[in-house]
Structures are given as C-alpha cells and as structure tokens.
Design a protein around this ligand. Structure first.
Ligand code: ME8
Length: 476
C-alpha cells in the first residue's frame, strides 16, 4: 500500500517558523519511517506554498517588489529553510504554477458539471488576513476577526457557491468514523455541524486581483482556499503518480485549519467521485516561552538559526518529543539545549562512544566473535507508534532504549571483568551492539544526519567502523 503525506502549503507572507517547521518535520519523519519500511517508491511526501492570497499583494507592495519577484523570493525562503532542516520532500508545490492552475480548473469544471456549483449573491464579512468568510456569530465583541483582531471587510458581490450543505449528513458520518484525528478535534466539527449546520460556501471572488481564474467566468477568481486544498491532488495529477491518491493519504495540519480539510475538502472530493484521504491529523500549537507566537509580538522563532547552532536533528527531535502530537505545548531554546545535552550528547553520543571504544579495546573491533544477540523488543513499539502517528511516543521509546542501555552498561561494569572472553561479557557486548544497530535504524527516521555518523561507527558485520563525534559540544 502506498503512503502519501502532505503538509499544509504555507502562506508566504511570513518566513518559516517553528510552527510550520513542526508540521513539516513531522511529515518528513513519517515519510522517512515508511520509506525505510516499504521503499522510496511507495511513499510520497509533499509540501509547498500557498501563493494566490490577497495578503501577497500588500506584502509585495510593502517590499517594493512585483508580485512574481516577491513570490519566488518567499518560496525560495521555504525551500532554503526546509533544506537546512533536512526535509526530504518529493514535491514542493507552488500554487502559481501552471500545473496547479490546470488541475484546479479541471476539478472546478467537474464540480460544476456535477451540479454542485451555482452563482449566487454573497453579502457578509471577509477577513483578508485569514482569507476566510466570517459569520456575524464568529466575530468578537468589537466586531473583529477573533484571530487577527481587525475588522473584516463588508462585501456584497456575486460569488459561485459550492453546495456544502448538501453533504452535511455525509460529513457528520465521516467525522464520526474517525476521519479527523485526534478525536477532540473531530468533536469540535461534529458539534459545529450539529449546532449550526453547514451553509453553502463561496468558492470565487468577483473582480479579485489575484488568483486562479474561474474556468468559465473570467470575471471571477477562485477563492484561495478552494484551490489551495486542491494542491494535494495537483501534485499527483499525472498518470504515473495518480496511484498515490488510491493509497493511504494522510494530511497533516495544525488545529487551525480543520474546517477546510475536514468539511470542504472531503465534500469536494466526494462530489468529484475521488477517493478520500485515509485521515487528517491536526496537531496542536506551539507557544514560545508561554506566549502565543505572533508577528506583532515578534517572537516567531527562526528555525534555521537553531538548526545551525544545534543541528537539524536536534531541532527535529526536540520539537517532536516536546509533547504529544495533537496537544498544545511550549517551545524554548532552553528545552532544545537540554534535549541536546542530556538526550543526544549525554545519552546517545555517550553510549555509542563507550560501546564502540570498549569493543575496539577488548576485541580489536572484531564483531564476528560475539554471540548472536536476542532481538531488541523496542523496535516493534517504535514502529507501532510511528504507524499510529504517535511521534512523541516513538521518541520516548527511542530515548528509553538509550537510557536503559546506558544503565545496563554502567551496572554491568564490564571493564572490571577479569576475563573479557567470559560468556556473560561477550553476551553483554553482543546485546549492546544489537541495541546500537536498532537505535541507528530508528535514528534514520528521527535523526537522519546523526544516523549516517552512527552507521559509520558501527562499521560492517565483521568490524566496528571509524570513530566520529556524534554530537559535538555547543558553544554557549
Ligand atoms: O493556513 N504551532 O497557511 P499558514 C504549530 N495556507 N503549528 C503551527 C503554528 C504554531 N504556533 N503556526 C502555524 C495556511 N503552524 C494555509 C494552508 S493548506 C491547503 C493551506 C502550522 O501559513 C500548522 O500546520 O497560515 C498550521 O496549520 C499551518 O502552519 C498554517 O500555515
């Protein structure tokens, strides 16, 4: 079975930050797990940028750039950042690419042919920061968008509408059946449907300056969210890649965008007669030192600087192990430094160094004389958690195994054994080595750069390899 993982495509009005890095690192980690298990050809992982947003216009103007210049500079920022974070995606999709326009126009034409789109009047509020139509009931007491604290624009225009209301009961059943995880997020949408019901939604803006043209009405541009969701299909909209849509598709998103991914998107796919993703997983939000991350507070953490200082591996595992995937939690550089010092340098680095040094010293690095060790049971738990999207638990298994193995070595004190060829000493080293092998396999998923160095140290079946430093000391 093929696996296809996606991240949201990010707006380019802000540089990548810890939040967007979190989703992208999570997707990359899952893709690495499955590639290792099934082979690269069975796995696809995509990310990209959401560029047809009204916000783009003002952001480009503020920088004195043309829209094209601004967009490509910002898309490059994301590509550069993901490169520095060790993200290995199969496709980076930009919604201003012709391939996306062509897929979107075809899909929208099909929605129209299916009778699910009609022209109507829209009168209401629009928040250009979240690119969302808002209901009166969604505004705060001051009549503002609750997320952006700005008054939404009042608009009255002709819009094309998608018949979302028609799919209400079907969506309710879908959500009750576990389409959106974790359950608490599904429950939010279930109550929304039960309490408020679903209205048809606008899928175009009349006279909008930016966006993909409506396929049959040139006065309209498609609403950015309508076409942005379709990026997931654009990426595999080629005969040789289309099979990924028939495998297990997992959309990873933050909890802020579940309505789009779990109401509008499945309803459109259903209307189009296309298979649904297996699941949408909505993770929680990071706060920074206890505060909401925001542009106005200026506390958005730049992931590249942290990756340069601590290494991309450390940033990845510190984020993924910070709290359960699905909960909210905090991020601080202190936490990252602590993970680096105790779990990586002091935990894994120390363990590998000690075991390899001792095997070199007592057995001249010759592994072939060691007995066969029993299988490492943690491997199974690690896989189980990865497959259940329990990234935090998978990290815990990894860290526990390191701690236990370090403890086993410290307790056994093989350096005090008078005979290094005694069966219990040989068995101890065989077990330790087998654990390092298991850890290096898990590290290929969780710490891809360090895993290469770890594999080098482990050498081949006969002999240990060269000594390298796994986690160098960080300058304060
Ligand atoms: O919503 N903690 O783009 P966006 C964790 N373009 N994750 C966070 C976060 C935080 N504090 N802040 C952001 C959009 N994220 C649309 C998506 S998809 C078809 C279109 C992550 O740039 C999280 O994944 O606002 C969230 O859902 C996403 O960034 C929103 O990114």
């Amino acid at each position: 079975m093929e696996h296809y993982f996606t991240t949201p495509i990010y707006y380019v009005n802000a540089a990548p930050h810890i939040g967007t890095a979190y989703t992208t690192l999570a997707a990359d980690t899952l893709a690495r797990y499955w590639r290792k298990k099934l082979g690269r050809e069975y796995v696809r992982f995509t990310t990209g940028t959401d560029e047809n947003s009204q916000k783009t216009l003002s952001a480009a103007a503020a920088k004195g750039q043309s829209v094209e210049e601004y967009l490509s500079e910002m898309a490059d920022e994301f590509v550069d950042c993901w490169g520095q974070l060790g993200i290995d995606y199969d496709d980076f999709i930009r919604t201003t690419e012709p391939r996306h326009e062509s897929t979107v126009q075809r899909l929208v034409t099909q929605l129209m042919e299916n009778g699910d789109v009609y022209l109507g009047d829209y009168e209401g509020m629009y928040c250009s920061r979240c690119e969302t139509f808002l209901k009166e009931s969604e505004l705060n007491e001051a009549g503002q968008c609750p997320d952006h604290l700005i008054a939404p624009e009042k608009i009255k225009e002709k819009n094309y509408f998608f018949r979302l209301s028609k799919y209400q009961d079907w969506l309710l059943e879908l959500l009750q059946g576990g389409f959106l995880k974790p359950e608490k997020r599904a429950n939010e949408l279930i109550s929304l449907i039960k309490n408020e019901g679903l209205d048809d939604i606008s899928i175009s803006r009349e006279g909008a300056e930016i966006g993909i043209a409506h396929p049959s009405d040139p006065n309209h541009k498609l609403y950015v969210w309508t076409e942005a969701l379709m990026n997931y299909y654009t990426s595999i909209d080629r005969p040789e890649l289309n099979h990924f849509w028939h495998g297990e598709v997992t959309h990873l998103v933050g909890k802020d965008i579940t309505r789009f991914h779990c109401l509008i998107w499945p309803a459109m796919l259903h209307s189009l007669g296309l298979p649904l993703p297996k699941q949408v997983f909505a993770h929680g939000f990071f706060t920074i030192n206890g505060q909401k991350m925001s542009k106005s507070l200026g506390n958005a953490v730049e992931p590249r600087a942290l990756a340069q200082k601590y290494g991309a591996d450390a940033l990845r595992i510190a984020l993924l192990s910070a709290f359960a995937f699905g909960n909210d939690g905090d991020f601080s550089e202190d936490h990252l430094a602590e993970v680096y010092r105790t779990k990586l340098a002091g935990g894994l680095g120390n363990l590998v160094n000690r075991v390899i040094t001792l095997i070199d010293k007592y057995y001249n690095g010759d592994k072939s004389t060691l007995p066969v060790a029993p299988a490492v049971i943690h491997v199974e738990a690690f896989g189980k958690h990865m497959e259940a999207l329990e990234l935090y638990r998978a990290c815990e298994v990894f860290f526990d195994l390191i701690d236990q193995t370090n403890k086993q070595l410290a307790d056994a004190e093989p350096w005090k054994a008078p005979d290094k060829q005694a069966p219990e000493v040989l068995a101890l080293f065989a077990g330790q080595l087998a654990t390092l092998e298991a850890l290096s396999d898990m590290a290929e998923v969780l710490l891809p750069e360090a895993a290469k160095r770890l594999k080098l140290m482990l050498g081949n079946a006969q002999k240990t390899g060269e000594r390298v430093i796994l986690f160098p000391q960080i300058e304060a």
